[in-house]
Design a binder for this molecule. Structure first.
Ligand SMILES: C[S@@+](CC[C@H](N)C(=O)[O-])C[C@H]1O[C@@H](n2cnc3c(N)ncnc32)[C@H](O)[C@@H]1O
Length: 278
């Protein structure tokens, strides 16, 4: 197991954290209201093909330049348009509550963490409300985010769950994953890869979540997700599939939201006997 790098986003007065707006000057990241943005997707900028640039890159660039969520993310100080997906999911299911302890698997570049910091009151800015904790992990290095503890870690490593519980000082209320396996370009292969990643994230959540906890994860629709649903239904009281408005309509991406985690009675007994490391 390699705990390659830990970056803690401790806020120091006057410090400008990359990706976060300076309060007072701009709206702080995470205060944006989630709206669909649909209907604003008409293409306005055409990107010319350039020598040496592939057609797929030109189309990607054109889509980025015309995506209202990309524009909003820039204006709102979020590190990416993905922030609006978790905002929407949380507006609907309310799992990022003040005081919640959250694990964000595959957190780079940090948009979901930015949203979570505000919603769980990780910086203690909401007076009189409980203060939550955010722990983000990713294969890649992530620029610090105030209120968030970030580790460079492959969550698939053997003792990743124990490490996370140790860093968190106990179990989590929320495990969320926006992870994507590197794309092969072959639709069915990519689907199977992401389902495998999501299933691994689910087993990770079983080891880390508190009774009643929530698991949120990205999946790609494509046929092999039935097993995953079955698995989640065994351990959660409610399992729903959601396609947020911020998720591109032409992508097969959707999110599974599983609430009301049921810990095994054997896990609970082991914890009480001190047999399981917290
Ligand atoms: C789509 S990005 C996440 C975006 C993020 N939610 C945000 O709002 O900025 C997916 C991330 O998953 C990470 N990832 C993929 N497999 C991983 C693994 N086994 N362990 C940790 N991170 C992983 C990738 O490095 C990538 O940064």
């Amino acid at each position: 197991m390699t705990d390659k790098k830990k970056t803690t986003g401790q806020k120091t007065p006057g410090q400008k954290v990359p990706g976060q707006k300076v309060p007072g000057k701009n709206k702080p990241a995470g205060t944006a209201k989630a709206t669909s943005g649909r209907g604003q997707r008409d293409l306005t900028i055409k990107v010319k093909t350039a020598r040496g640039r592939k057609l797929s890159s030109t189309l990607w660039l054109q889509r980025q330049l015309n995506d209202p969520y990309v524009k909003r993310a820039k204006a709102d100080g979020f590190r990416g348009r993905a922030a609006y997906k978790i905002l929407e999911l949380d507006d609907r299911f309310r799992f990022l509550v003040p005081g919640a302890r959250v694990v964000d698997l595959g957190c780079a570049p940090g948009g979901w963490c930015q949203v979570a910091v505000t919603r769980v009151n990780a910086l203690g800015e909401k007076q009189g409300k409980r203060v939550g904790r955010i722990l983000g992990v990713d294969l890649q290095e992530v620029e610090p985010i105030a209120g968030c503890e970030i580790h460079q870690l492959d969550f698939l490593e053997d003792d990743a769950d124990d490490k996370v519980k140790e860093w968190l000082g106990g179990r989590a209320d929320v495990v969320m994953s926006d992870m994507a396996a590197s794309a092969s370009g072959h639709k069915q292969t990519d689907h199977l890869r992401i389902i495998a990643l999501c299933e691994a994230a689910a087993y990770f959540a079983f080891d880390v979540l508190e009774e009643g906890g929530t698991f949120v994860a990205k999946v790609l629709a494509g046929g092999a997700e039935a097993e995953l649903q079955k698995l989640l239904k065994l351990r959660f009281r409610k399992v729903l599939n959601v396609k947020p408005d911020a998720s591109r309509a032409d992508s097969s991406e959707k999110f599974v939201v599983a609430t009301g985690f049921k810990r095994d009675l054997s896990d609970q007994a082991a914890d009480q006997d001190g047999l399981t490391e917290e």
